[in-house]
Design a protein. Structure first.
Length: 406
């Protein structure tokens, strides 16, 4: 197995982010791209080195290395197991690889029963990206020509290919609790367009004001809640990414964290990602990570933010116990404003965290998680009951699932 390191820099602020692609097995690529352009079944793990003494509201009250009640699991016979989503009933959806490194979808019931599946015509891979309360899974599959397609799968196993006018492919990034989907499609020129797709098939394509109009720019829909509010990222003509909130009536508001901005961490270029870079909950609160310029070696620090539905911000960082360089990446927020993510410590080992609404941050490691470079614990989803699921990377760079009880 290979591990690839890519260095992204922002010349104006000196941001240096390690975009880590752990090559695993045949991945489903992003919209309009083929597998030939990608490493096999890569998992994107984003980390950013930050300077010593990083400030962050909410750092007081951090509990170091608390494991909690964590159960680990693997899909039977799988090479790698990567949970992606969990619904309010505790059903988990994710992806696994077989002995030939092809990717497949799985569901794990609260009773411990596995269901594995492949999208029709998904001969080169099936990748779930979301799960709703009714048990509908959405995701992307790779056909015999290595082209990607969006799909949904109902709880009773009925698949629907997701297409728009003219047969345009609609790969969903997420599905809300009531079945509304958010996603991005890429036109023939490589420009990204956001979309919202309702359970009954109603499609709305939209562009964020200020989005660029050339290949690689545009608007991406990433997360959606039960009433149809949507969060995502748009890239402006200068190549800078900006988070946004789209109301259920279509009004789009750019989210500007206090004193900082959301760096281009390269998630759009990875064929597999653990979670959207911004997440929205049932109350319309949006969580993500942002770069805050500061006088240090890297030109700043990376903290988490929560933007409430009324427009107020809460920012937070994780206390710095090492001599340098802790980064906390946000992966999800639930209805109670509990936020999950992971920190990349000074030694490039990763630890999961839970930040509750009162500001308390609890760090945890899955049993068996590795402690070397790029290994560790990566939470991906949390439901309203506080059940957390995710993946951990062991000392041999293998990926496994875990469940953390509230």
């Amino acid at each position: 197995m290979r591990i690839k390191f890519l260095l992204i820099s922002n010349g104006s602020l000196g941001l240096r982010a390690n975009l880590r692609l752990a090559a695993i097995a045949n991945s489903v690529p992003g919209p309009g791209r083929t597998r030939s352009n990608w490493a096999k079944f890569s998992v994107i793990l984003l980390s950013c080195a930050i300077g010593q003494g990083a400030p962050g509201a909410g750092a007081a009250g951090v509990h170091r290395k608390t494991s909690g009640t964590i159960t680990t699991f693997n899909v039977p016979g799988a090479g790698f197991t990567v949970p992606i989503a969990v619904n309010q009933s505790g059903t988990i959806a994710g992806a696994y690889s077989d002995s030939s490194y092809t990717q497949h979808g799985f569901l794990l019931s609260p009773q411990g029963t596995f269901t594995t599946f492949d999208a029709p015509n998904g001969v080169n891979g099936t990748r779930p990206t979301g799960l709703d309360q009714a048990g509908t899974v959405v995701g992307t599959y790779l056909d015999a020509n290595d082209m990607s397609h969006g799909f949904s799968r109902t709880a009773d196993g009925v698949f629907t290919e997701l297409t728009g006018p003219g047969g345009v492919n609609l790969p969903p990034s997420w599905i809300g609790p009531t079945g509304g989907m958010a996603g991005t499609y890429q036109d023939i020129g490589g420009l990204n367009h956001g979309f919202r797709l309702s359970r009954n098939g109603g499609l709305v394509v939209f562009e964020a004001p200020g989005a660029g109009s050339v290949a690689g720019q545009g608007t991406r829909g990433l997360s959606i809640n039960r009433i149809g509010e949507l969060a995502g990222i748009y890239t402006d003509p200068g190549g800078q990414d900006h988070p946004y909130l789209r109301s259920k009536t279509g009004a789009i508001t750019t989210i500007v964290p206090p004193g900082g901005f959301v760096p281009d961490l390269g998630y759009e270029y990875a064929p597999y990602r653990l979670a959207p870079p911004v997440s929205i909950n049932a109350g319309g609160d949006v969580a993500g990570a942002f770069f805050l310029p500061a006088q240090n070696y890297y030109g700043g620090i990376v903290n988490g933010f929560i933007r409430s539905a009324n427009g107020t911000f809460t920012t937070f960082g994780i206390d710095n116990n090492g001599p340098c360089c802790i980064f906390n990446y946000v992966t999800a927020i639930n209805a109670s404003d509990s936020v999950i993510g992971y920190e990349d410590d000074y030694y490039n080992s990763n630890h999961g965290y839970l930040r509750t609404a009162d500001g308390t941050i609890t760090l945890f490691d899955a049993p068996g998680a590795g402690t070397q470079y790029f290994q560790g614990t990566f939470p991906t989803a949390i439901n309203s009951a506080g059940l957390i699921v995710g993946t951990y990377e062991d000392s041999g760079y293998g990926f496994h699932g875990f469940i953390r009880q509230p």
